[in-house]
Design a binder for this molecule. Structure first.
Ligand SMILES: [Zn+2]
Length: 288
């Protein structure tokens, strides 16, 4: 598919010296969930970002001018999940498109009677199979400047790139492909088992919360937030197993405590898959 939006093309960046020491320090310092990385991990993340940016262009759309700081922020968040897997784990898509804020997409389904239902949706991020990752910069920054602090660990960049990993072997179903060299201990059957039981449990929790919201409170409104806040994860994870994988990947990297507490077996599988343990590596003094 072709993207009809006018935007200034930004060429992929050379992997060497894509950022200077001071710039790197600023990027890492601005993202508390990177504080757990030691000097070696930080150096490897920096190199991974360079390799990533050498093959992927970050382009603005909808009038957004992409700055170096935005590129650095997106690259670090995209590369954190594959720090121990290798940049080549991401499929061959070449473009990341960034909108200033939530963007409108056209949706269409044909129901069983052959009737076409079409509607539009405002979304914060999207991953196309074999196509670009599309992000809303506002969403990427939302957590930092939210008026209503969210109890959940939002990170739209990690979310969309987790979908990319999930797509490596076809469907977005919460089952990424395992590498023979890196994932020797990971059994697909065990993964699917724990995924199904964790997802079912969480979907049940979301239903229970929805039932508990009083009838005079719109469940889509901010007033309903305090009911959803009792959940261990963003309720969006209850959509399907693919969203469960992406939402729990966000939580795993950004604020792993609640995820580990609620779903320790699933956390252990994510730890084995990503080959990182954000929980044990987090410094107790790290903010948030
Ligand atoms: Zn998603």
């Amino acid at each position: 598919m072709r993207w009809p939006f006018a935007r200034a093309a930004r060429a992929p960046i050379d992997r060497s010296d894509w950022i200077d020491d001071q710039g790197w320090g600023t990027v890492v310092g601005a993202q508390p969930f990177l504080a757990r990385l030691d000097g070696d991990a930080s150096r490897r993340l920096r190199a991974a970002c360079g390799a990533f940016l050498a093959t992927k262009a970050v382009n603005g759309a909808g009038g957004l001018v992409v700055t170096d700081a935005m590129v650095a922020r997106i690259a670090t968040q995209a590369c954190l999940p594959i720090l121990e897997l290798g940049v080549e784990t991401y499929p061959t898509f070449a473009e990341i498109i960034v909108y200033p804020d939530d963007f409108i997409v056209d949706r269409q389904i044909v129901d069983e009677d052959g009737v076409v239902h079409a509607w539009t949706e405002a979304i914060a991020g999207e991953s196309w199979d074999d196509g670009p990752v599309v992000l809303a910069w506002d969403a990427a920054e939302r957590d930092a400047k939210a008026k209503r602090p969210s109890p959940f660990a939002f990170n739209v960049v990690i979310h969309e790139f987790a979908h990319k990993l999930d797509m490596n072997n076809g469907a977005v179903d919460g089952m990424p492909s395992f590498s023979r060299a890196l994932h020797r201990g990971l059994e697909p059957a065990r993964w699917l088992d724990v995924l199904a039981s964790s997802f079912d449990d969480f979907a049940g929790r979301v239903e229970a919360v929805e039932r508990s919201i009083p009838r005079n409170v719109d469940p889509e409104s901010a007033r309903a937030d305090r009911w959803y806040a009792t959940l261990p994860l963003d309720p969006y994870a209850a959509n399907d197993e693919g969203e469960f994988f992406s939402v729990t990947s966000e939580a795993f990297f950004v604020a792993p405590g609640r995820l580990h507490e609620a779903y320790p077996d699933w956390y252990a599988l994510l730890r084995a898959y990503y080959r990182q343990d954000p929980l044990s590596g987090l410094r107790p003094s790290a903010p948030r």
